[in-house]
Design a protein around this ligand. Sequence first.
Ligand SMILES: [Ca+2]
Ligand SMILES: [Ca+2]
Ligand SMILES: [Ca+2]
Length: 790
Amino acid sequence: MPLIEAEEQEEDSSSLSNDKLESNSHHCLCYVPLGIALLVLAGAAAATWYFLDYRPWHLEPSILQFYCGSLQVLNRWYSPDLGQVESRAFWLESAKLQNTLKELIRATELGRYYNSSTVYAFGEGALTFFFWFTLQIPESQQKEITAERVNTVLHQELSTSFNSSGSLSYQTEYRVNPDSLVLLESSVKDIAVLKSTLGCYRYSYVQEDDILRLEGPDYLASSCLWHLRGPKGYMIKLHLEWTLPDCRDRLAMYDAAGPLEKHLITSIYGCSRQEPIVEILSSGPVMSIVWKKAMYSYFDPFILSAQAVPLKACEVNITLREDLELQGKIGTPHYPSYYSPNTQCTWHMMVPSLDYGVTLWFDAYALSRQKHDLPCTQGQWIIQNRRLCGLRTLQAYAERIPVLSSADITIAFTSQISLTGPGVQATYSLYNQSDPCPGEFLCLVNGLCVPACDGIKDCPNGLDERNCVCPAKFQCHEDSTCIEFSRVCNQQLDCVNGSDEEQCSEGVPCGPFTYRCEDGTCLKKPNPLCDSIADCKDLSDEKRCDCGMQAPLSRIVGSLNSVEGEWPWQASLQVRGRHICGGTLIADRWVVSAAHCFQDERLASPSIWTVYLGKYFQNATSHTEVSFKVIRLFLHPYYEEDSHDYDVALLQLDHPVIISPLIQPICLPAPSHFFEPGLHCWITGWGALKEGGHISNILQKVDVQLIQQNICSEAYHYMITPRMLCAGYYKGKKDACQGDSGGPLACKEPSGRWFLAGLVSWGMGCARPNNYGVYTRITQVLGWIKQTMS
Ligand SMILES: [Ca+2]
Ligand SMILES: [Ca+2]
Ligand SMILES: [Ca+2]
């Protein structure tokens, strides 16, 4: 992101030098008389040149070239007053050194191009001074005067004069270390940014392993620059912590002593909610940070601290053991810190035999083949001589590395540009090359194993649902008859020879529809979890079943109004006494809801929310009602605002819920739980009774029918992802509405227990025909829910 607006740039560029830039000259074409006058002038100038031996390049259009750099003076030492821009010492020393710089350039062949120079800061130890200078180079010379050439010429001049004390003043007063020269090409914009920060310039030397808290910005200034240096052989690790939920401040980090765009590591805008803490690494012992004030002042929206960390070698040898479990992690140094601009890692892996390949499991990062030779902007990977580019995504991804002739695998990661990003990490494991996805389908697009023929296109290209004999149904072994899963192991013969009732009490090979017991064995019987029948040998399917039971209801209910205690897991999520969203109790301290309820910045902080359980009326307090504060709020890391994908959030309550018949968690399904299309389930909430209406006072309930994924996908023009589930009616009429968001879609199993199938997520209006309600599919986000709760 550009740090300054275009207008500012232009303004600053013209103030940099009195010479007008060549690009301005074509504006003059419309002024013919002026043109003639100029021609006359040009003629006069040519004559002057002829007589006074002026070099012709003075008449040529020229461009300004900018350089930023630093040099070290061996016979001077840094003193704290040189850190104060307004001190006399600063003024004296910078004026003298500026002259030195001028003399140095003038002493070389670059002398005739010299335009201006400025010394803007000093650094630790033997005095280092930071400067920029500009050269005015005629167009015809431009190709020859490269940054490399300028560097060489100046270095040569410094070396020569260092070894023989010359007569120039810079040679007599200062002993400039020729090898300390750092020179980086920069631009008019870089200098403009740098100039804008000099009123609030902060230099700090960062000690080894010492965490240095940086002084916050000066709010009278519009921009500040922190200039950090550390010992040789170290990198700077910057720790940035946002302390407010909302701000518009802008920070940019550079891998150089000044804000040079070519050396930008990253720029961060506003208070990042998903990334409240960011750690950024430089490639060496120098980093600079520029803060740009927001339109409104947010005082201290962030804390900066810095540390010098040793450069870490990143070459590792790994020997894998013969085992299909996850074996370890590889990652960029100092993970989860951003990787540094010169990261170069190599991992050598040794597999136990040629039967196995290696899988690298990434999180929110994918690898893709690159046809052209352009640098990878988010990390380059070379795996067995194949070049791949990394890409940050909102999906899971696995890279499968086949092993062909040698058991050695080489994986290399390089950051090819100065711009970096969050540290990259991958978990590795072996896979069986002859059967990479036992019982499942290998999706080649993302390397993941996905359930085949379950009616959901898990693989982006949909190949997991192609050529299915019985999509989302059970196939009888004796023929190709398809029967519904609810008829499998129900003690009635539905297949011709009763194959649906075979092997119902013993283990079967694991597949997309089998339930996995804790001991690893798989069951054929569908949905055996918490049905009050012991199915697993280790009884694990009936272990944690204090959930999903409705209290015995006192009266018959038929209307939309529910009865008090009918939905004991229903939560009302409120802000300042106002109902905003629904939620569902799933454990004694956890409520699940939709991520989109918290997407507005004003609703993003957990502290503003109150969770009510046992609530019935919105306008009155019932005797069963209890309230909780929220101590932590988690949004799914893959949640995407525009597509509503992964629309799930978890709220951790400040104290545990006392479970009673009227307040009780709903049962979470097993990942293999099959919610059959056509099943009638219930949605509940205080949402509006009609589109655009007010929320209702009494907790409402509506029955809806689960819809086949492909039918819903068509109705919504293929915007339905595998993390979504549709329910409703073709004719509309019954649906969730505003205020129901995040609330449960609950399905009752034959055992009488209720399971959470979905969360109210989105839909076109409320109860419109052919516009089903769309729910977050719980079975697809269970992994994240369980991981976050533990
Ligand atoms: Ca599938
Ligand atoms: Ca049966
Ligand atoms: Ca059971």
